[in-house]
Structures are given as C-alpha cells and as structure tokens.
Design a protein around this ligand. Sequence first.
Ligand code: GLN
Length: 189
Amino acid sequence: MTIGVLALQGSVAEHIKMIKSVNKKIDAVAVKTVDELAAVDALIIPGGESTTLRRLLNEFNLLIPIKERILAGMPVWGTCAGLILLANRVEGEYPCLSVLDVDVKRNAYGRHSESFVGEGDFDGMYINMVFIRAPFITRVGDNVTVLAECNDRPVAVRQGNVLATVFHPEMTRDNRVHKYFCGMIDAKV
Ligand code: GLN
C-alpha cells in the first residue's frame, strides 16, 4: 500500500516520515504529477499556503484528477491548508476541491506569532495539536463527523473517505493520527 503526499509546497517530508513510521508495509511517496497520483492508494494534502497550493494544483494539472480520485473513493487527508482546499466553502474566496461539507475561515486563529500547541481528544486518543495560522471550521454539514475539538471548536472532521485536520500531527512525534488515516485505507483495500 502506498500513500502519496502532495509535494507542491508545505510539510511534505514530515508526513512521509510519519507514515513510514506507522507500518513497514506502508510506503509514502511525494506526488507531483498525474502519473504519480495514479500510482497511490491514498493522498495527503499538507499544510502550507492554500492560495499557493491552489495555484500550483492548477499549473500542474492536478486539480481535476485529484477531485476525480476523491469522488471515486480514494482516502484523502488535508492538514490545515489541505483542509481549506477540501472545504465546500471558504469565507470570502472561491472553494477549491469542494469535497468536504464544511465552511472555513482562513487564518482565524491569528498571525504566525500566535501559533500554539493545544490538546484534546481525537477519536478516543488524547493528543497534542499544533496550530499554525490555522483556519476555523465555522460550519459542519450533517454528513460530517467531528473527530476532535479544541477550545470548543471542531478541529478534526471526517466525511467518508475525506479526513481533515485544522492542526498538524506531522509536526509532533506522535504518529497516531497518521495511523488512523492508514486505517481508513486498510478498510478500503
Ligand atoms: N494560513 C494558511 C492558509 O490559509 C494555512 C496555514 C497552514 O497550513 N499551516 O492557507
């Protein structure tokens, strides 16, 4: 089984390292082309800057192929900027992939200097959560499950094969959220 990490911008190496630490049988590779996308069983869209990622997705002709794979059931996980790209609605902007029924507001936790580490329960596991210029999830659709909250706000959500976290598990030493994502693929293959 191979998990791809979209490698246009953002925390790519960190995700690859984490996935490789979960299980020797699961490989993780960088994805930059349509052919590389076709070769993976699941995809992580990392954090970074969603406006830049969106532009690069178009430039590399990856937007439609990724959307088609997600709609066909490929497990996908967006962290922070990745969540913004997956969301159905982004305050003040056009949505990008529109495969997750949530509304988001970019940079709502404040500036880079206001980045922080929170903590909370993620699907029964107590974890640290790293927030870096993170968005708020301001609405959650009926078909979306909230997997984690922090300071009374939803910070991890799932809609079928789509997982999204406001925070960055790849910036910690705890690989349990990566393990959870691997479980979403196991359940499929
Ligand atoms: N602030 C970024 C954006 O709006 C997201 C930051 C992140 O991914 N850590 O795109």
